[in-house]
Structure formats: structure tokens, C-alpha cells
Design a protein around this ligand. Structure first.
Ligand SMILES: *Cc1c(COP(=O)(O)O)cnc(C)c1O
Length: 431
């Protein structure tokens, strides 16, 4: 054990910080065991889907040009559909990120004159420009698609009365974001989402319910598509890519809707038949295979961070005991200096670019300046250990990822150490 402590010391984690972390980790043994059980279940689900679809070595071959007859690509989509228990899926490197996947899903279903309803508060920052909540060229608003939003109640619950009033003859689609993203609301459980979908469909049965599943995949043993979502959407540089997918996104759902999404992404008339996989098939499969384990490591990191910083008196969302529905942990750091110190600690713990100092910048799609710490093998990958936060009150850092639990642990201890070194936390608080 002392040898490990020495390894942490060599990494810049003092013995006080290490001991404090160890104490918290020991208290979390039961929680960690539960996370492992979920990972085991999901590992079986993934292997089962791969076996059922007879994944074979030739599926790792590549295609070029139009990408006709790419068996690896098509089989992977069947595997995703089985994992999400949907009729079909679109899983492509041509989907560039989560925002693009969500845009594709929205724009494929909505037509001029239709209305999009967000029944559970505002969407993720980058979707504001997609929808046109913040004016933007090419937004859905420019195409005559209107948007309506019902905010959450002050206790974080759904405002069913207002939702009933908001659904109207033009409501074509409903968007529900599972994870809190950069907001300070709770992340919804899959069951919560199921109740919301059932409610909306009881008012208007043919409304298309889409769930932004970013950061939620494999956290639970069920997914939003198991509780009535017509489309679930996410990024492959988050949970389901397992850290190996070099890019990409997925949309899983009803067959007719996936067809629409493929026409929108690629071209009307062409759809799923085209789209060269350019050599990514193997990474997509292998990343998916590892994803349940990787997600478990990230979840342990999130729970560990919550308990460390809660013990030190910070407001953490979700709190240390809360059941988890995504891999994001928010910590309200109260001032910009603490936010920068936290991010420096995460950066210094990275296997890549550990020597850099993260600074706030104007990131496209985001309203405030953002600071981001990441030293990732895949650029921008947030299933890898990363931390970011907008430079605005209450200076909340959003912490996520970690391809292994041990790396997440190192990052959190380094962040704590950096806060101590910056004079933001008194070392006596660790006693
Ligand atoms: C990350 C994220 C997105 C956007 O994904 P990008 O890959 O950053 O475009 C959308 N919604 C949620 C909840 C996210 O976490």
C-alpha cells in the first residue's frame, strides 16, 4: 500500500490528500460494487447483441467512395438496435458530434409549421442555436419550425399541468435531455423519462419523443428506448464509443424515423445505403464492447468526486449519496480561481498534454467563455477524463469521464491538490 502512496507522491499528490481520498474510497465500497453489477449486466447485453448478429472479422474491413455494401457498418447498426431494443439504428462517422446527431434527428422529423416541445426545461447550450432559441443561421426556426418549452418545477419535477397546456395541434416532436449538461438540475432517471413520455403520449399519441442520451448510456441497465422513446441520440466520443471511437454519433429508434434521419444525414433517396466507413468499424465495435466497463470507471470517478468535495463543504450535483443517471459530476467552486485550479489538476493528471495549462476561451456554440481540461487520445473526447465549466456564477466545474477508474481517481486527487496549492482549500480540512 505504501508503494502506491509513493507512486501518487511522485505524481504530485501529497500524502494528506492521498489518505483523505483513501478514506472516502473505502466508504464507497458498496456503491462501487453496485456500479460493477450494472457494468456486468451491460457487458452481457453488448456481447449478446454482437453474437446474435454474428459479428465477424470481415466486419472490420473498410469501405471507400459511396460505401455501398459495407457489411461491417450495417451489422454494427443492427448491434446498436439490439442493445437499445429498437427497430433500427444509424451509427456513422459522418455524424460529427452529439449536437450534429441531435440536429439530424430533429431536422429529419420536423417540417415547416411543426412545433418542437421541450417539456423538461431548456436544452443543452449548443441546441439553442440548432433550435433558434438563440438566433442562428440555418436554425430550425429559420425553416418555420416553432419551439415551446415548459420549465421544471422548483423541486426539479415535471410541470404536468403546463405540459398538458403546451401540447397542441402543431406539436410534432418532443425533446427530452436525460443528462443535466451544463444546467444545475437533476439528471433524469430512465424511469422519470418513461413517465414523462407516457404522459405526453396520453395527450397526443403520435408525437415523436426523442431523448438526448448523451452521457447516459450504460449507466443503467435500461435505456430511454426501453421506456417509450421513439429516438435515442448520442455521441460516440462519449459513453458508447468506449474511448476508442475516433468520432461519430448514433441515433437508434423506430425504423421509419431512422430512415428519415438517414435521408437527412446523407441525402433523400440515398439514405443508409451510402456512407463509407473509412476504417472506423473496428474502433466502433471494440469501443462499444468496452463501453460498459469504461462507463463504470467514469461513474466511480463521479461518485468519488462528489463525496470528496461534499466532505469539504462544496455544493455538489448530484450529491454524494444520490443514485446516478449520467457520468457528469458538478461541483460549485464559487470563484474563477478555484475553477481554473480544478481544471489544472485534471490536466496535469492526463496521459497526454499533461504539461499544459487550461485557459478560458470563447468556444463556438457556447454563450459564456468556457474553460476545459482534457488530455485525451481522441480530441475533445469527454468519456476520457475531462473537466469543463462556463465562466459564470456559481463557477461550477463539470467533471466527467476517465477510461479507467484509476485515472479518474488520480485526476480528482490532483484537482484537490491544485485547490490546496492555490490556497482555495485549507489542508487542515482534510484531517
Ligand atoms: C455533449 C452533449 C451534447 C452535445 O454533444 P457534442 O458532442 O458536444 O456536440 C448534447 N447534449 C448533452 C446532454 C451533452 O452532454
Amino acid at each position: 500500500m505504501n508503494d502506491i502512496k509513493e507512486m501518487y507522491r511522485l505524481s504530485g499528490v501529497s500524502s494528506d490528500v492521498y489518505e483523505f481520498g483513501l478514506k472516502i474510497e473505502e466508504e464507497l465500497a458498496e456503491r462501487f460494487k453496485n456500479i460493477d453489477v450494472t457494468a456486468e449486466y451491460n457487458q452481457m447485453k453488448v456481447i449478446g447483441a454482437m453474437q446474435k448478429n454474428k459479428v465477424a472479422e470481415n466486419h472490420f474491413n473498410t469501405s471507400t467512395g459511396y460505401g455501398y455494401n459495407d457489411d461491417g457498418r450495417d451489422t454494427l447498426e443492427l448491434v446498436y438496435a439490439d442493445i437499445f431494443h429498437t427497430e433500427a439504428a444509424l451509427v456513422r462517422p459522418q455524424i460529427t458530434c452529439g449536437t450534429h446527431a441531435l440536429y439530424t434527428a430533429l431536422a429529419s422529423v420536423l417540417r415547416p409549421g411543426d412545433e418542437l416541445l421541450s417539456p423538461a426545461g431548456g436544452p443543452y447550450d449548443t441546441l439553442e442555436e440548432v433550435i433558434g432559441i438563440r438566433q442562428s443561421k440555418g436554425s430550425l426556426a429559420e425553416y418555420g419550425i416553432s419551439y415551446r418549452q415548459v420549465d421544471l418545477l422548483s423541486d426539479g419535477g415535471f410541470d404536468y399541468d403546463k405540459i398538458r397546456e403546451a401540447v397542441n395541434g402543431r406539436t410534432k416532436m418532443v425533446t427530452i435531455q436525460r443528462s443535466k449538461g451544463y444546467a444545475s438540475r437533476p439528471t433524469f432517471s430512465v424511469e422519470d423519462i418513461g413517465r414523462l413520455i407516457a404522459f405526453v403520449k396520453s395527450i397526443k399519441p403520435d408525437v415523436v419523443c426523442m431523448v438526448d442520451n448523451c452521457y447516459g448510456e450504460f449507466v443503467d441497465i435500461i435505456e430511454p428506448s426501453d421506456v417509450g422513446a421513439d429516438m435515442v441520440v448520442g455521441s460516440l466520443i462519449k459513453n458508447p464509443g468506449g474511448g476508442l471511437a475516433p468520432c461519430g454519433g448514433y441515433i437508434a429508434g423506430r425504423k421509419d424515423l431512422i430512415e428519415l434521419a438517414a435521408y437527412r444525414l446523407l441525402s433523400p433517396g440515398l439514405g443508409k445505403e451510402v456512407g463509407a466507413s473509412l476504417g472506423v468499424n473496428r474502433s466502433f465495435y471494440q469501443g462499444l464492447f468496452l463501453a460498459p466497463m469504461v462507463t463504470a470507471g467514469a461513474l466511480k470517478g463521479a461518485v468519488f468526486a462528489a463525496n470528496i468535495f461534499e466532505r469539504l463543504g462544496y455544493k455538489v450535483i448530484p450529491d454524494g449519496n444520490a443514485k446516478r443517471h449520467d457520468i457528469i459530476q458538478a461541483v460549485e467552486l464559487k470563484n474563477p480561481k478555484a475553477l481554473e485550479a480544478f481544471c489544472l489538476g485534471i490536466q496535469n493528471a492526463a496521459p497526454v498534454d499533461s504539461f499544459l495549462t487550461p485557459l478560458p476561451w470563447d468556444m463556438p456554440g457556447y454563450e459564456s467563455q468556457v474553460i476545459m481540461a482534457a488530455g485525451a487520445f481522441i480530441s475533445g473526447s469527454s468519456i476520457e477524463l475531462s473537466a469543463d465549466g462556463p465562466l459564470r456564477e456559481p463557477y461550477t466545474v463539470f467533471f466527467q469521464g476517465g477510461l479507467t477508474w484509476y485515472h479518474a481517481k488520480l485526476g480528482i486527487l490532483k484537482a484537490l491538490q491544485a485547490l490546496i496549492d492555490a490556497g482555495e482549500i485549507d489542508i487542515n480540512c482534510l484531517k
